[in-house]
Design a protein around this ligand. Structure first.
Ligand code: NAP
Length: 258
């Protein structure tokens, strides 16, 4: 029997864990999932796990070579700004096939009041323009600092883990990990008298209920766009990624680019 294909999955998203659950039990695959190591508690993932940065593009390239990685599935979060570009460059340098696995962004629907902005700083500036008073901030515990200058607002910060430091003068933290339901999102926003929601356009089902709640309450949503992805093949679902891999195994293809 041929040696199992060595697959490196760059983790940090629900799709990475789902890919590991799908691929790791198959004996033709030898799967390692890599995490940056930002969260204290990780969702358990099958396959081997490694944690921590590689040391830039060169570090990742030498890891790919020393570990004889056959294929890299970059399933980092849609808002991981650096790692996808490092993966693209390291795979180019080593000739390892790479697929970016990234769920589609959310799209505005009838009744939505989105204010689309490029980044966290622009989101903070937009809050000042809006004269927002009670903000539901769901961008994550490590990305609060840009909002420290929005002095007149009070923030309800939702995060998976408590922030190590709190740069916001007027804020309460509510801990939570998706999936969330529309009814509980509505109740939370109503209880705290929220007048604007700030979110990254992460996409996916797990945390979209807050958008439905904001629509019901007719609240503006400051929607932060994704960082630009590297060029190259892309899949938007686990199924697409699995079929790209199957195409590679049966003789090579560049895969979907949607
Ligand atoms: P980033 O800006 O793209 O990456 C920063 C550095 O962290 C990278 O240069 C790399 O260090 C290391 N790194 C990132 N992902 C890694 C992985 N899967 N395995 C090993 N090292 C990794 O990413 P970030 O925004 O800091 O996010 C860090 C991690 O959290 C990512 O894995 C991402 O999937 C996950 N995450 C991010 C967000 C978000 O909103 N940004 C949300 C949920 C989850 P070296 O250069 O030393 O290799």
């Amino acid at each position: 029997m041929a040696a199992p294909r060595r697959i490196l999955i760059l983790g940090g998203s629900a799709e990475a864990s789902a890919l590991a659950r799908h691929l790791a039990p198959r004996e033709e695959h030898d799967v390692t999932v890599s995490f940056a190591g930002r969260t204290r508690e990780r969702v358990p993932t099958p396959g081997a796990v490694r944690v921590g940065g590689f040391g830039g593009i060169e570090g990742l390239a030498s890891y790919l070579e020393s570990e004889h990685v056959d294929v890299l599935l970059d399933a980092t979060h849609p808002f991981a700004a650096r790692m996808p570009h490092h993966a693209a460059a390291a795979c180019r340098a080593t000739g390892v096939p790479r697929l970016r696995v990234c769920r589609p962004p959310w799209a505005q629907a009838e009744g939505d009041r989105w204010l689309e902005v490029a980044d966290l700083e622009a989101a903070a500036a937009r809050l000042r323009d809006l004269d927002a008073r009670r903000v539901f901030l769901t961008t994550g515990r490590q990305e609060l600092a840009p909002f420290a200058h929005v002095r007149d607002a009070w923030f309800l910060v939702r995060a998976i883990e408590s922030p190590a430091t709190m740069p916001l003068a007027n804020a309460s933290v509510v801990l939570g990990r998706g999936p969330f339901e529309e009814a509980s999102e509505l109740a939370l926003m109503t209880e705290y008298g929220i007048d604007v929601l700030v979110t990254k356009n992460s996409g996916g089902r797990s945390s979209e209920a807050k958008l439905h709640a904001a629509r019901r309450l007719q609240l503006p949503v400051v929607m932060i766009d994704r960082p630009p992805p590297p060029d190259g093949p892309r899949a938007t679902t686990v199924e697409e990624a699995v079929s790209w891999l199957a195409g590679l195994e049966s003789g090579g293809q560049d895969g979907p680019t949607g």
